[in-house]
Design a protein around this ligand. Structure first.
Ligand code: DGL
Length: 260
């Protein structure tokens, strides 16, 4: 059984993608809604939270973990891998980087939370992989887009305010002619139509949810018993409603208590 965790409900975009590709996949989802957002917190805090999230999932008997959260992937992957040495842990960054390199003609944009962009992980991974064999030169432009998360959680997916903020954040990337844009945050796939419209149809959008699910289904055998359990560290009516909208069905959330 797979364990999937996120800073909150954003990781449901990964669940949505998993259900699309493997409807009966067995998993336990944990959203740390009591402590969300992670996207503006320090590495030290995010590492601590991520270790507690992983420990909870492992206590539920999972045999592999997907870090659905870009921020936790960016800041805590090393801590998780060294703490759970040998345990299969998938982060959302490496698969998105590979998918971006497979389609780019040389100008990649990356957007994410402040902490993700501040970590510089996408540049590091893109450059490391480039050094190991991609032929063309690469320019990487990054931009933190902190207002996208609350806009998506408000359900403002096609509002004038959202369009204005998209323009504000993405104009520099558009004017630098990026040809591929990595959506480096759980929430951004919900803004795909508006981002595509603003960036132009020729720009390839890389959705890290799709990338990580594809990678995981290739790399490990998963169970298909349909056992799907959802935990949140804080269960509020708003989270339940967002989950219903994103997954198109009512989800029964259990309350998780994490131990440090
Ligand atoms: N899940 C986070 C991410 O993908 C976004 C929300 C947050 O800041 O916690 O980076």
């Amino acid at each position: 059984m797979i364990g999937i965790f996120d800073s909150g409900i954003g990781g449901l975009t990964v669940v949505r993608e998993l259900l699309r590709q493997a409807p009966n996949a067995s998993f336990v989802y944990l959203g740390d809604t009591a402590r969300t957002p992670y996207g503006n917190k320090s590495k030290e805090t995010i590492e601590r939270y991520a270790l507690e999230d992983a420990a909870f999932l492992i206590s539920r008997g999972v045999t592999a973990i997907v870090i659905a959260c870009n921020t936790a992937s960016a800041l805590a992957i090393d801590a998780l891998r060294s703490h759970y040495h040998g345990f299969p842990i998938f982060d959302v960054i490496a698969p998105a980087v590979e998918d971006a390199l497979a389609v780019t003609t040389g100008r990649i944009g990356v957007i994410g939370t402040r902490s993700t962009i501040g970590s510089g992980i996408y540049q590091k991974q893109l450059i490391a992989r480039l050094a190991s064999g991609v032929a063309h030169p690469l320019e990487i432009k990054t931009h933190a887009c902190p207002l996208f998360v609350p806009l998506v959680e408000e359900g403002w997916l096609d509002d004038a305010e959202t369009k204005r903020i998209i323009k504000h954040y993405l104009y520099p990337l558009r004017s630098q002619n990026v040809d591929t844009l990595i959506l480096g945050c759980t929430h951004y796939p919900l803004l795909k139509p508006l981002i595509h419209r603003f960036m132009g149809r020729r720009v390839r959008l890389i959705d890290s949810a799709t990338s990580v699910v594809q990678r995981m289904l290739v790399e490990i055998e998963i169970e298909h018993t349909g056992s799907q359990v959802y935990y949140l560290t804080d269960v509020s009516p708003h989270s339940v409603e967002i989950a219903r909208q994103w997954l198109g069905k009512k989800i029964q959330f259990e309350k998780a208590t994490l131990s440090s």
